[in-house]
Design a binder for this molecule. Structure first.
Ligand code: 13P
Length: 258
């Protein structure tokens, strides 16, 4: 059975001390309101800024249900790339996940399908889990080209992987028009695209493998809409931006699985 995940993407928010505080509040909130699922069934993943990773990993060391994610990595393994952060460096902090291909990185940092494929490869090489993001802008949806684009994003950065490799990838569908806008995809829209992504994977790798891939929804997920979104059959959890910065809301989201 595929794992459920409630993931937070803090983006460029929280200082070092603020990040420590937020993690402490989330741990306390989960202790006061424990999820029904075991850590085999559901994980909480916190995507913190790089500067917080090591501290965050230490703070959750005794919390088997909580894992730490970086929000990006560089597409080369090591060397003269001033200011960049490698997968090996991220691994050395104790983080276990890396968010790859977020629409903000595609848009503001021109990350191409090929570059994202290299990041996925390195993440898997070092034994970490990629959370691979895909999703269309509003004009693409309005033009009716959203399925085609998402298919190309998934194929272009993941379909060079063999079955064993792709089975380790988590996918996050994040329609750009829903990110930070307060406009959430309807549960039906999310379900439709998630089922499409799963079928795209099934057509290449087979249904058994596709049925085991975790596909998260991201875009204005909050304490009020998480339960309905997560109840869709192909929605296995969320990648949450703004609401993951408020411990109370995020703990409610964590507790929104059936
Ligand atoms: P919001 O939840 O703030 O819309 O952000 C979603 C997102 O981009 C998560 O990666």
């Amino acid at each position: 059975m595929r794992k459920k995940i409630a993931a937070g993407n803090w983006k460029m928010n929280t200082t070092f001390d603020g990040g420590k505080q937020l993690i402490s509040e989330i741990i306390a909130g989960m202790a006061a309101n424990p999820p029904e699922q075991t850590s085999e069934e559901m994980l909480v993943v916190l995507g913190t800024p790089f500067i917080t990773l090591k501290k965050a990993a230490n703070l959750v060391k005794n919390q088997p249900q909580i894992k730490i994610a970086a929000q990006n990595c560089y597409s080369e393994e090591k060397g003269a790339y001033t200011g960049e952060i490698s997968v090996e460096m991220i691994k050395s902090t104790g983080a276990e996940f890396i968010i790859i291909g977020h629409s903000e990185r595609r848009e503001y940092f021109n990350e191409s399908f090929e570059m994202l494929a290299k990041k996925v490869d390195l993440t898997l090489k070092y034994g970490l889990t990629p959370i691979f993001c895909c999703g269309e802008k509003l004009e693409t949806r309005e033009a009716g080209a959203h399925f085609d684009l998402v298919k190309r994003q998934v194929e272009g950065s993941l379909f060079h992987l063999n079955a064993e490799e792709i089975s380790k990838v988590v996918i996050a569908y994040e329609p750009v028009w829903a990110i930070g806008t307060g406009v959430t995809a309807s549960p039906a829209q999310a379900q439709e695209m998630h089922a499409f992504i799963r079928k795209t994977i099934a057509d290449k790798y087979g249904k058994v493998l596709a049925d085991n891939i975790t596909i998260l929804y991201g875009g204005s997920v909050g304490a009020k809409n998480a339960e309905e979104l997560f109840s869709q059959p192909d929605v296995d959890g969320g990648l949450v931006g703004g609401a993951s910065l408020k411990a109370e809301d995020f703990v409610t989201i964590i507790n929104s699985f059936d």
